[in-house]
Design a protein around this ligand. Sequence first.
Ligand SMILES: Cc1cc2nc3c(=O)[nH]c(=O)nc-3n(C[C@H](O)[C@H](O)[C@H](O)COP(=O)(O)OP(=O)(O)OC[C@H]3O[C@@H](n4cnc5c(N)ncnc54)[C@H](O)[C@@H]3O)c2cc1C
Length: 305
Amino acid sequence: MYDIIIIGAGPAGLTAAIYALRENKKVKIIEKETIGGKIASSARVDNYPGFKSISGSEFADNLYEQVINLGGTIDIEEVTKINDGAIKEVITDYGIYKTKSIIIATGTHYNTLHLEREEDFIGNGISFCTVCDGAFYRNKDVCVIGGANSAMINAIYLSSICNKVYLIVRSSKLRGEKSLIDEVCSKENVVILYNSEVVEYLGDSELEGVLVRRNDSDVKVNASGVFMAIGQAPETSCFDNVELSDNKYICANEDCETSMMGVFVAGDVRNKKIHQLTTAISDGTVAAINAINYINKVKIGEKGT
Ligand SMILES: Cc1cc2nc3c(=O)[nH]c(=O)nc-3n(C[C@H](O)[C@H](O)[C@H](O)COP(=O)(O)OP(=O)(O)OC[C@H]3O[C@@H](n4cnc5c(N)ncnc54)[C@H](O)[C@@H]3O)c2cc1C
């Protein structure tokens, strides 16, 4: 039996792991896809205290190494359900694991436009990760869809690789950090299309561009690649037995305790206003310390519990 099972190896989950491993707890970390979580796909992090600037992948690698150096391991499995009880169960596509406590740190996934043929083009012209896929579009024209920080970071990164970057913004202005707005606006090869909505993907087997609706008229934008940065939704479909907010984030108190005793939540998946690295890491710390206190206090598995 494990002391703590951590679901998700993003910044929140790996921070929780660091605290739990340093307390000599028996920890299982489960990750379905990308060790390091979403930040691994970011070109640059400029707002993490202690680092003037660091790439997202280096940040993720550092977290991973820190966990491994403490004796942790990360298992690539997908959690499909958790079951309540004094001894809890975590069910994955590989097996059923027993544990005294759980930390949910599953983050969010990228939103898409839900347009026709989108599924066909994802991974074949449509991407969510400039660091992973930007180089495929060297000297070509690309689009970035979105008007907030992630979209601007993507557009700035791609402007140094691609010929022209169309930043397609639904509203009349960019939303986010002023320094990013200033930087993206200063890039000569970034064309910002405001009040613009992508209504169709163009091309047959290969993506050739997008149709953009602007002030009631449709304009073709030729591009070999489309980078999507239109927000995220929480990864909570397998946690329907804990209390969720109306928009499906996991509700918790300031100790990161969920409605299920012994189950804690950390990071972007928690119902809160600010989704950043610093807040994910703060949650990971709080969730781990409270999970450790819970295990020590309740003494699960001993007589009477
Ligand atoms: C392009 C981009 C740039 C960003 N830049 C910055 C920045 O500069 N500064 C900043 O502060 N923040 C930035 N962010 C936000 C930051 O990445 C997030 O706030 C942070 O990653 C949240 O960490 P997390 O651990 O809560 O979630 P995530 O990073 O989303 O990690 C959750 C992990 O859980 C895994 N998972 C999900 N469901 C399951 C399941 N059922 N079973 C097993 N594993 C599962 C996922 O695969 C994922 O690896 C950026 C985000 C993006 C997308």
